[in-house]
Design a protein around this ligand. Structure first.
Ligand code: 6PG
Length: 479
């Protein structure tokens, strides 16, 4: 029997569509799913005219593969991945490759990479973005792990990935959990983008009084400009969708956002590594607040929650402001996301290819947008600016958007519409561009109550001082 090029474990939505995508590109695929009925249905629906081999168990799957064996796990992150790897390991040989294509925690991938290396098995943690359609016709792929695996799997995964100008959205990102780390940041940015759009929708509806069709028209128009992106595009479509009785469907969708954890991991990682990731963290908190539905309903009855509307004649001015606010806040979010990746690269010893990361997010994934081309350009400058906000192109863009951004945040504040991501982004921007901030007061307070010492603006920064605040007011150099 002809050996398969790849074995896929798990025929959920993503696994099944990746199997079909690989098969379309001429790769021989073997599939295995723990529940055999799922495999039978998959083959019945899609098997005709394709060379897809079916395995009844992992042993059989392994036996169907050519050497080195390449096995792609598309099972739920966490315990399921752990269990499959445990069962596979004794069946494999040195040089074989195990790829985890789920939304796994990068620390698990770091560990699995080391554990499997002890057996000579190459572990790859690969972020896969783009949902069902992406998996089927061209996802964005973020592989990292055992570098020795890359030359073996590169052609196959670059062949099925999305492309921009012929360049595949699939590049090697580094060892250990680098691939899953980059996917985690992708998801964090996804949370931020979604939250920003939701806030803008809420302002359009509750401060400007726009109808759903007007809102949809606005997003559709914005999608033709600087904000062009998948999430803006689908928001226009979502706003037009009607329920059975002809009313806007979104009004029937409960305002409680779910989450599978990757946003929390991103925010957590930022806190653990002292990176100011305010926008994504606000987006995570907003989902958590949204989940407290009954508490919010009670608070609305007690505290009031009915915002007033602006004058109709001011609508178009505010719509322009919302556009600029969305663009500028998005820029802050990406600035912070790349800051976090830069910090992680140092901590983990990864040489993350930041320009390539922007490139592989340009198509196939949920955060795909025109904007990412400008980010790629920034990482091609010599020298690379210290952050995206200090890139000459983005600095000019954000300055041009600043007045509208402030107006949009004022609108939210004045009309009592929550806009945590838009406004925290503006606060970050104001803090970031402030050469002399307010932390001198904090340092003085810390020194006052705890003798934590401070550095002086007029001396050598390596010296630390303590003032005898309650004594004679004199200053001493701390040891
Ligand atoms: C993607 C998505 C995908 C999934 C999110 C949803 O890149 O295709 O990010 O991975 O939609 O994990 O995450 P939440 O359930 O946490 O919103």
């Amino acid at each position: 029997m002809t050996k398969s090029d790849i074995g896929i474990v798990g025929l959920g939505v993503m696994g099944a569509n990746l199997a079909l995508n690989l098969s379309d590109k001429g790769y021989r695929v073997s599939v295995y799913n723990r529940t055999s009925a799922v495999t039978s249905e998959f083959i019945e629906t899609h098997g005709q005219g394709r060379t897809i081999a079916v395995a009844d168990n992992l042993q059989q799957l392994v036996s169907q593969l050519g050497s080195p064996r390449v096995i792609l796990l598309m099972v739920t992150a966490g315990r399921a991945v752990e269990a499959v790897i445990e069962q596979l390991q004794p069946l494999l040989e040195p040089g074989d490759i195990v790829i985890d294509g789920g939304n796994s925690n990068y620390q698990d991938s770091n560990r699995r990479w080391l554990e499997l290396a002890a057996w000579g098995i190459h572990f790859v943690g690969m972020g896969v973005s783009g949902g069902e359609d992406g998996a089927r016709f061209g996802p964005s792929l973020m592989p990292g792990g055992a570098a020795a695996a890359w030359p073996v799997i590169r052609d196959m995964f670059q062949a099925i990935a999305a492309r921009v100008d012929g360049v595949p959205c699939c590049q090697w990102l580094g060892d250990g959990g680098a691939g899953h780390y980059v996917k985690m940041i992708h998801n964090g940015i996804e949370y931020g983008d979604m939250q920003l759009i939701a806030e803008v929708c809420h302002l359009m509806q509750h401060a400007l009084g726009l109808s759903h069709d007007d809102m949809a028209d606005c997003f559709a128009a914005w999608n033709g400009g600087r904000l062009e992106s998948y999430l803006i595009e689908i928001t226009a479509r979502i706003l037009r969708q009607r329920d059975r009785d002809g009313s806007p469907l979104v009004e029937r969708i409960l305002d409680m956002a779910g989450n599978k954890g990757t946003g929390v991991w991103t925010a957590h990682d930022a806190l653990a590594n002292a990176v100011p990731l305010t926008l994504i963290s606000e987006a995570v908190h907003a989902r958590m607040l949204s989940a407290r539905k009954s508490e919010r309903v009670a608070a609305a009855a007690l505290l009031g929650s009915v915002p007033t509307l602006v004058a109709e004649s001011d609508r178009s001015m505010y719509l322009d402001a919302l556009h600029d606010a969305l663009y500028a806040a998005k820029l802050v979010s990406y600035t912070q996301g790349f800051m976090l990746m830069q910090s992680a690269a140092k901590t983990n010893g990864w040489a993350l290819p930041f320009g390539d990361i922007a490139l592989l997010w340009r198509a196939g994934c949920i955060i795909r947008s025109r904007f990412l081309t400008d980010i790629k350009n920034s990482f091609e400058r010599e020298p690379v600016p210290p952050s995206l906000l200090q890139d000459p192109f983005f600095a000019a863009e954000v300055k041009a958007s600043e007045a509208g951004w402030r107006l949009a945040v004022m609108l939210a504040v004045k009309h009592g519409v929550a806009a945590p991501a838009l406004s925290s982004a503006l606060s970050f921007y104001d803090g970031y561009r402030c050469a002399n901030g307010s932390a001198n007061i904090i340092q003085a307070q810390r020194d006052f109550f705890g003798a934590h010492t401070y550095q002086r603006t007029d001396g050598d920064e390596s010296n630390h001082f303590h003032t005898r605040w309650l004594g004679d007011g004199g200053e001493e150099i701390a040891s």
